[in-house]
Design a protein around this ligand. Structure first.
Ligand code: PMP
Length: 285
């Protein structure tokens, strides 16, 4: 089992992977990323991740089409690493040039990837439920683009981690809840599953999409309509979704109890159906 890196066509041990100082990803965060999970060494929905990345590249004007290249990279990293439970991190930057804000045309994008083993989150977190803390959402206006320019997420996630929480609950000035720093957020409000609609305000999570499919399998409807902090305080259930945690129940926000204060039946049902989807598509969970 080896953790490996890929840089512009070459595979190597992670410690040897380097990018130039004047890479625009390094200097400006002029750069996009994805994280794809491997179950039993098989990528889950890599095509969806890469299509999201390509859509982001089209928005920010990276002149490249890298879906085929990155699909191959994911496959090679998965097989050469021999890792079962792992993550492939992918990053594409606009390229290297002398430092100037305006992006020159015709740069050759830098393409990097790493594969690392993943220790699953402890089972007790799912049995007891996670905690979350509210944070004002001060991110930019194109959160659908998965850019590496992540300072607002990093500051909020760091504050939350110091308090022992799993993730933040981001809210906007009008008190509308958007998502977490690394996750999408769902609530059960008056018996109905709710989550913020996709668009520029949130990332269209791959797990979010699979969770909505899972709900369909369970005969449950998801209303993709934003809810506010006030709605959240009265929610019966709350849960985060992302590539790491899958479907993770949240039982306190800012130390206030949500619902019964224990993981609820909807999150549990959706997690089971989500796992079935993963098993069907990868042969593992
Ligand atoms: N929202 C944000 C802001 C994220 O960073 C992530 C993690 N990439 C997600 C949602 C969840 O996305 P996914 O299910 O594709 O991991």
């Amino acid at each position: 089992m080896t953790e490996l890196a890929y840089v512009n066509g070459a595979y190597m041990p992670i410690e040897q992977a380097m990018v130039p100082v004047e890479d625009r990803g390094m200097q400006f965060g002029d750069s996009l990323y994805e994280v794809v999970r491997l179950y039993g060494g098989v990528p889950f929905r890599d095509r969806g991740h890469l299509e999201r990345m390509q859509a982001g590249a089209n928005v920010v004007g990276f002149e490249t089409d890298f879906i085929a290249q990155l699909r191959e990279v994911i496959g090679v990293l998965a097989s050469r690493s021999g890792l079962d439970d792992a993550f492939v991190y992918l990053q594409v930057t606009r390229g290297v040039c002398p430092r100037i804000h305006a992006a020159p045309d015709g740069l050759e994008p830098t393409v990097i990837a790493t594969v690392r083993a993943f220790d699953r989150l402890p089972g007790i977190l799912y049995r007891k439920g996670a905690s979350a803390y509210t944070e004002p959402d001060i991110r930019w206006g194109r959160r659908d683009v998965k850019a590496t320019t992540l300072l607002p997420n990093i500051l909020a996630a760091t504050r939350v981690q110091k308090k022992g929480g799993y993730d933040a609950v981001f809210f906007e000035e009008d008190r509308v809840v958007t998502e977490g720093t690394v996750s999408n957020l769902f609530a059960v409000i008056d018996g109905e599953i709710r989550t913020h609609p996709v668009g520029a305000k949130i990332l269209a999570g791959i797990t979010r999409g699979a969770t909505i499919e899972a709900a369909g399998r369970a005969g449950l409807n998801v209303r993709e309509e934003a809810f506010t902090l006030e709605d959240l305080w009265h929610a019966e259930e709350l849960f985060f979704t992302n590539t790491y945690c899958e479907v993770l129940p949240v039982v306190t926000v800012d130390e206030r109890t949500i619902g019964e204060g224990s993981p609820g039946p909807v999150a549990g049902t959706l997690l089971e159906h989500f796992k079935n989807i993963v098993r069907e598509e990868t042969g593992h969970h």
